[in-house]
Ligand binder design. Structure first.
Ligand SMILES: *[C@@H]1O[C@H](CO)[C@@H](O)[C@H](O)[C@H]1NC(C)=O
Ligand SMILES: *[C@@H]1O[C@H](CO)[C@@H](O)[C@H](O)[C@H]1NC(C)=O
Length: 402
């Protein structure tokens, strides 16, 4: 600064000081007795609340760190298998500059993703990013610009950077707790520590402790996901989960949030997405054989053990005894008696055969002709046939179909 300028600056400062001195004298009583106590107690109060929150965050994070270490004591690391070289916990933990295994299920509403999502989440030390695009509403995201925004969200989540996910967090905070309540470990701490649960500083630190991250996406179509497969520094692995459109639409009929939204109830929209996902899947399975897979819900349900084992190999996850136990208790008719959390997974995908009229089935089959042929779903011929036939046949992913 030049001398002249500094001189003027000093004069300016002096004037301000004098001004405030005068002001202070004149209003000092008022300030002291009215404003200052409020101000300083406010400052002290906020500061105290802030530091309590920070201490609580640090405590919970440390506690969870120890829980994870304990759970991972006997874990069988991939150690080179399935292209994953991690052989100790730190290799997989973001706070230690490691890279977690990121297992994505991409699908649409009512396609069996709750079942597959819970199978993945039965694996130890898993952080379940449940429907990261919930706050976008009941829509399908197919193209830019919306898909760009969605991908940015996913990227932040994969990196556990919740500082830029305030919209998602406030959606959950304001009475949509299912944003978090499928995330077992997080939700448990949230019940005990309500004050910090939706604080982005907490979720960020907490998430960075976990060696495994799973994510279920039901609002984004497959094509935009190429961004993650192309330059895959994060090592994201994606499974496309497909279900018979007749089963999907039957199941959606029972959801009250669905019937008013075209992307949800309209067979034409569902099945044109299934066709475009087929074409994309055919391309991806050639280009990204190690990071992209397809599974049909019906195949998974009929033979859950062998398909889960294969999927876990693909994801690079150990087929842990917890996972085995989950399958034992959730895929057999007679276990658990009347309890609704235990179900017969073999029958679940086929309820539509009894619950839909043949007229409804016919209408869906007309709109979904191509989608059903591509994905290997058999047409019901009449009411009687519909009740007993096997709706599933072979399919193969081929380029240049359709
Ligand atoms: C329904 O379709 C099956 C299989 O094509 C056929 O054998 C049967 O006769 C049909 N039933 C009626 C009532 O049309
Ligand atoms: C489906 O594929 C299996 C195994 O490749 C084969 O044994 C079976 O005959 C095929 N079924 C049909 C209907 O093409």
């Amino acid at each position: 600064m030049s001398r002249k300028l500094s001189f003027y600056f000093l004069i300016f400062l002096a004037t301000i000081c004098i001004f405030f001195l005068a002001l202070n004298q004149r209003y000092s009583n008022y300030l002291e007795h009215r404003l200052q106590p409020i101000l300083s107690s406010y400052i002290r109060g906020t500061y105290a609340m802030e530091s309590v929150a920070l201490v609580e965050i640090a405590d919970v994070v440390e506690q969870q760190r120890r829980i994870i270490q304990k759970e991972m004591e006997d874990y069988v690391y991939p150690n080179g298998k399935y292209d994953v070289y991690a052989n100790k916990l730190d290799d997989l933990v973001i706070e230690k500059q490691g890279n977690p295994l990121r297992s994505v299920i991409l699908t649409t509403w009512r396609s069996g993703s709750t079942f597959l999502g819970d199978i993945l989440n039965s694996h130890p030390a898993n952080f379940y990013h449940y429907e990261p695009l919930l706050h976008f509403g009941i829509i399908q995201i197919r193209d830019p610009p919306l898909s760009d925004e969605a991908l940015e969200n996913l990227d932040s989540m994969f990196k556990c950077d919740y500082s830029s996910l305030e919209r998602y967090l406030s959606f959950g905070r304001n009475s949509h707790p299912w944003v978090f309540n499928h995330n077992t470990y997080l939700w448990k701490q949230c019940q005990l520590h309500k004050r910090i649960c939706w604080d982005n500083r907490f979720v960020t630190k907490f998430c960075k402790l976990f060696p495994f991250q799973s994510m279920k996406i039901v609002r984004l179509r497959l094509q935009p996901m190429e961004k993650f497969l192309e330059q895959n520094e994060l090592g994201v692995k994606i499974v496309l989960l497909i279900r018979d459109p007749r089963g999907v639409l039957q199941s959606r009929k029972h959801r009250d949030w669905c019937p008013s939204e075209p992307d949800c109830f309209d067979p034409t929209a569902l099945c044109s997405d299934m066709v475009s996902d087929y074409n994309t899947a055919a391309r991806f399975s050639k280009l990204y054989p190690n990071t992209f897979r397809v599974i049909r819900y019906e195949d998974l349900s009929v033979d859950p053990y062998s398909h889960t084992e294969k999927l876990f190999e693909f994801y690079g996850l150990h087929f842990h005894e917890n996972v085995q136990r989950f399958l034992d208790t959730h895929t057999k008719t007679d276990i658990g008696g009347l309890s609704s959390t235990f179900r017969n997974s073999k029958a679940a995908p086929f309820h539509w055969r009894n619950d839909l009229d043949f007229e409804e089935v016919e209408e869906i089959q007309q709109e979904c002709n191509l989608a059903m042929k591509l994905w290997g779903y058999v047409f019901a011929l009449n009411e009687t046939h519909q009740r007993y036939f096997d709706p599933v046949t072979n399919y193969s992913l081929r380029d240049s179909e359709a």
